[in-house]
Design a protein around this ligand. Structure first.
Ligand code: SF4
Ligand code: SF4
Length: 491
């Protein structure tokens, strides 16, 4: 059983004095309360995320940029005259540069998902929800939309005032420009995403010349709507209420997991003070290092106060770390009142990096990555299936031979045309009736009706185990062969 980190609840109200910085008021609609006066379903507050600069912000922009660049560039890469990475759903194949994966290669896809899942478990156990805060598409696109919002409507305070103002020309053009830019980004995102499933060059041309088919147009518009809605309107709702990962993350946390946390021992009691206040004066007023400026709340994309302890809404984005470090700098205090730290460290201990849970995830991750690599390396670009004719067990030819009929299916899993030679093994003096050399185009299945016959004197049993041996020499000189077992029936 995994342990959960106990949450220490600290009153949100200032413990001393008033706030020193003007907080950004948040628009809240109060919903009905229960008999005890407690809100049953607290309404969503409009969050005006305040911009912040700092190390975490630089990291997030860096990772966001890398992620965006990879996402945007990949579908445009060509390999051997075709899209290097393409999930071709109608053709049921997945092009991955020189490799084409087919539904028969389900194990490879399963291993890829398992490796991805365990990598996520490992990272979460080690560093909490850093995936959410730094790499998740929801976060990346939300921050991109907030950036556009800020460029067009101004700072968080200006945005809030603009929303409270009645409609005038200035508000109209700003809102119109903001939503147009969001829709443009959402449309480009959707086209790029759909470009992973259909050739992207043709998709862009067809879409902007109104020649796309119904379903392609439908999916482009659907993903445009989803991106615009999620990053523009839903934002933290996705993380708090819809993302399943937020729900099961605590199962992976332990007391050594690095998460964003507030050092209450150092910070409490909170309250404003003069920068020149001496330690004695602070002690007399029972003031800790938190000046209660509320900046950590104003920069939080999920609108929480990290000083209230670990909360499932926290996506570990580190924006509050940057905000608080800036404040500590100005006050001449040591940074790190809010930091990426573990519960053990917060309680004065040290973080244990090597621990059973983390080692377990690392081991499974290594084993699964090894199996994935092995599966890739041993994967043959050829698949053969042999189907016996079920209408008759056997028949006698005019020459008195015993004949069995089969259908041989040869799937060329490579991307280029291949010539395959076919032979039957395990049957004495076998006579092969049908083509023994077939050419199959890349990614095609070739069905070949064949008959195999032999003299009855060669058959000691009613059932003889035989096999079909299909082989080819690839362009790079590698010999690829598959031996598919079957049966030869008599009597
Ligand atoms: S930013 Fe730091 S100093 Fe300001 S309220 Fe938050 S924890 Fe306190
Ligand atoms: S509490 Fe801090 S780390 Fe958590 S979501 Fe808010 S700003 Fe990000």
């Amino acid at each position: 059983m995994s342990e959960q980190i106990p949450v220490k609840v600290i009153p949100a109200e200032p413990t001393a004095g008033k706030t020193s910085a003007k907080p950004i008021p948040q628009k809240v609609t109060i919903k009905p309360a229960d008999d005890a006066g407690v809100e049953v379903y607290p309404a969503r507050s409009q969050i005006y995320v305040r911009a912040v600069k700092g190390t975490m912000e630089t990291f997030r922009r860096f990772f966001g940029f890398i992620f965006l660049a990879i996402f945007t560039v990949i579908p445009w890469i060509q390999y051997n005259g075709q899209q290097a990475i393409l999930f071709d759903i109608p053709e049921q194949r997945f092009n991955l540069f020189a490799i084409t994966l087919w539904p028969q290669d389900l194990t490879v896809l399963a291993y890829i998902f398992i490796v991805g899942a365990f990598a996520l478990f490992f990272v979460t156990t080690f560093a909490g929800r850093v995936w959410c805060g730094f790499m998740c598409p929801q976060t990346t696109w939300t921050y991109m939309f907030i950036w556009l919002e800020e460029k067009i409507e101004g700072s968080a305070n200006k945005r809030m005032k603009l929303d409270q103002r009645s409609l005038d020309f200035d508000k109209f053009w700003r809102k119109a420009l903001k939503h147009s830019s969001w829709i443009a980004v959402a449309l480009l995102t959707a086209l790029t995403f759909v470009g992973y499933f259909t050739p992207i060059g043709a998709l862009f041309i067809d879409f902007f010349t109104f020649q796309t088919g119904f379903w392609v147009a439908f999916w482009v518009l659907f993903f445009t709507f989803c991106t615009y809605g999620n990053a523009g309107w839903m934002r933290e709702i996705m993380c708090i209420h819809m993302c399943p990962y937020a729900r099961f993350q605590s199962a992976m946390f332990d007391k050594d997991t690095f998460t964003v946390a507030y050092d209450a021992t150092r910070g409490e009691g909170r309250g404003p003070r003069s920068r020149k206040a001496t330690p004695e004066q602070l002690q007399a007023k029972s003031l800790g290092d938190c000046i209660d400026c509320n900046l950590c709340v104003q920069v939080c994309p999920t609108g929480i106060d990290i000083r209230n302890g670990l909360q499932y809404e926290c996506i570990n984005c580190g924006a509050c770390v940057d905000a608080c470090n800036g404040v500590m700098d100005k006050m001449g205090y040591a940074k790190g009142l809010i930091s990426f730290t573990s519960e053990h460290e917060l309680n004065g201990g040290t973080t244990k990096i090597v621990r059973p849970k983390l080692v377990g995830y690392a081991l499974v991750l290594c084993v699964m990555t090894g199996l994935l690599a092995l599966d890739f390396m041993t994967r043959k670009p050829l698949e053969v299936d042999i189907i016996r004719d079920r209408s008759s067990l056997y028949r006698e030819t005019n020459e008195g031979l015993i004949e069995n009929v089969y259908t041989l299916k040869v799937l060329n899993k490579s991307q280029t045309e291949q010539a395959y030679s076919i032979e039957v093994r395990g049957l004495k003096d076998a006579v092969f009736i049908g083509e023994q050399l077939v050419t199959v185009a890349g990614g095609e299945v070739f069905s070949l009706p064949i008959s195999v016959a032999t003299d009855a004197y060669n058959l000691e049993e009613a059932v003889t185990e035989i096999s079909f041996f299909v082989s080819t020499t690839q362009n790079d000189g590698t010999l690829v062969s598959v031996e598919e077992p079957s049966k030869f029936l008599y009597r």
